[in-house]
Design a protein around this ligand. Structure first.
Ligand SMILES: Cc1cc2nc3c(=O)[nH]c(=O)nc-3n(C[C@H](O)[C@H](O)[C@H](O)COP(=O)(O)OP(=O)(O)OC[C@H]3O[C@@H](n4cnc5c(N)ncnc54)[C@H](O)[C@@H]3O)c2cc1C
Length: 385
């Protein structure tokens, strides 16, 4: 399949990230998961390697590659350390992409070079206590007053927030007492009136940082509006469509991490006098896991390729995210089964990949939300005939 999609440049990037993940992330992955430690040093190195700004043009400090390149890098990081991959993924496709796609030239020049070099991390706040799947129910308010907006409200589950230099968020824009709809804003984390909760204690992605963000009479200049006023919600939905491809990529990496651990263990572990993969009960599991991963790869690479060709990928990105994330959960569950009782212990990597897989069916739109999007797209096409 690589032959179908990957250029020589993609292959070079894959080999470079694979080597980095093996040498730099593998020795840390277990420990940072157990201690829930944010991998500052790894993020710095990823910045130096050009991995924190893969899709942005070189004029903004990026690597100038495409969506497929971003997918390849996230997949390789995810095979070894899904937490670190999640940090880079959220930073790029959620915390930086809206600035590149919807920002003014001044906003791009101010933030993108720092984001692309890894000097600054990006975060993205859409979810609120009462606005998750129902993101349109955003209650954070931005009241226009003179040259400023005054922001009050709260975001939850904000990845990277604790270490981000810049946070992008949505709020209801109130002008002259009128609700103008949901708009997007960009804010430096040190801004007065912005505060953070302690980090959440999570099942997986434990080395990534997830927090609530509070806005209490936070004043920001009107130049911090991102994109068109009242166009914020549409922009975020567009951002999430791109994000779904990259969470699909992380699902591929997580599934393969579990699969490769199980494949190796099945060769080493003996029962009834032979390696357990000599039993059809185990070899058929491996066959199913490999097949599911292969199918998920086709969906994710194809969605990335279509996006890079300029096509609308609302349905394709949702299909890729849905199938790849559910594959990651299924494959990592079977990886535990193949490890038997040892799979239940923290000594083996299978347990970590299993825990890291579950968020993939929830973040950036749950599986149920992906099915809503896919069915809506299918029925739209049928009904318009
Ligand atoms: C580790 C982690 C990191 C995250 N990072 C970010 C981030 O960086 N930025 C950000 O903005 N958010 C982030 N999120 C939030 C995440 O995107 C939301 O949790 C997710 O969208 C679901 O929203 P919710 O938790 O409010 O669940 P709800 O929306 O309350 O859903 C609860 C259940 O109801 C189902 N449901 C809801 N509506 C429907 C419907 N119409 N039809 C059928 N079923 C439905 C859902 O599928 C789900 O099963 C993160 C979450 C986690 C756990």
């Amino acid at each position: 399949m690589e032959r179908l999609y990957f250029t020589e440049e993609h292959k070079m990037l894959r080999d470079m990230v694979r080597e980095f993940a093996r040498n730099e992330l593998a020795p840390l992955a277990k420990e940072i998961d157990e201690t829930a430690t944010f991998p500052h040093e790894s993020v710095k190195k990823m910045g130096e390697l050009g991995l924190m700004g893969i899709p942005w043009p070189e004029e903004y400090g990026g690597t100038g590659m495409d969506t497929l390149a971003l997918v390849i890098a996230i997949e390789e990081l995810g095979k070894v350390c899904p937490s670190t991959a999640a940090i880079m993924m959220a930073h790029t496709s959620l915390g930086s992409a809206p600035i590149y796609h919807f920002g003014t030239e001044a906003q791009k020049r101010k933030y993108l070079p720092k984001l692309a070099s890894g000097e600054m991390l990006g975060a993205f706040g859409l979810t609120e206590p009462n606005a998750g799947s129902d993101a349109g129910n955003t209650q954070t308010r931005a009241v226009a007053k003179g040259d400023e907006y005054i922001i009050n409200g709260q975001k939850v589950f904000c990845t990277n927030a604790g270490y981000a230099g810049v946070i992008i968020f949505t709020a209801r824009l109130i002008e002259d007492g009128e609700d103008r709809g949901i708009a997007a804003f960009v804010v430096d984390r040190g801004t007065e009136g912005l505060s953070l909760s302690p980090p959440e204690h999570k099942m997986g992605w434990r080395a990534s940082d997830t927090r609530a963000v509070f806005f209490a009479d936070m004043r920001i200049p009107k130049t911090n509006l991102l994109g068109s006023p009242s166009g914020g919600f549409k922009q975020f939905l567009k951002t999430l469509t791109g994000g779904r491809i990259t969470i699909g990529a992380l699902s591929l990496g997580t599934a393969q991490g579990g699969y490769e651990a199980a494949l190796q263990y099945s060769q080493e572990r003996e029962a009834f006098g032979k390696p357990i993969n000599k039993f059809q009960g185990i070899s058929f599991k491996l066959a199913d896991m490999a097949t599911q991963i292969q199918a998920a790869k086709h969906l994710v690479y194809n969605a990335a390729w279509l996006k890079d060709q300029g096509h609308s990928v609302i349905k394709e990105a949702a299909m890729a995210k849905l199938f790849a994330s559910e594959t990651a959960v299924a494959v990592t569950t079977e990886a535990i089964q193949i490890h038997g009782g040892y799979g239940y212990l923290k000594d083996y990597n299978a347990e970590r990949f299993f825990r890291d897989s579950k968020i993939l069916t929830i973040g950036e739109g749950t599986s149920e939300v992906q099915r809503i999007i896919i069915s809506r797209e299918i029925l739209k096409a049928v009904n318009s005939v």
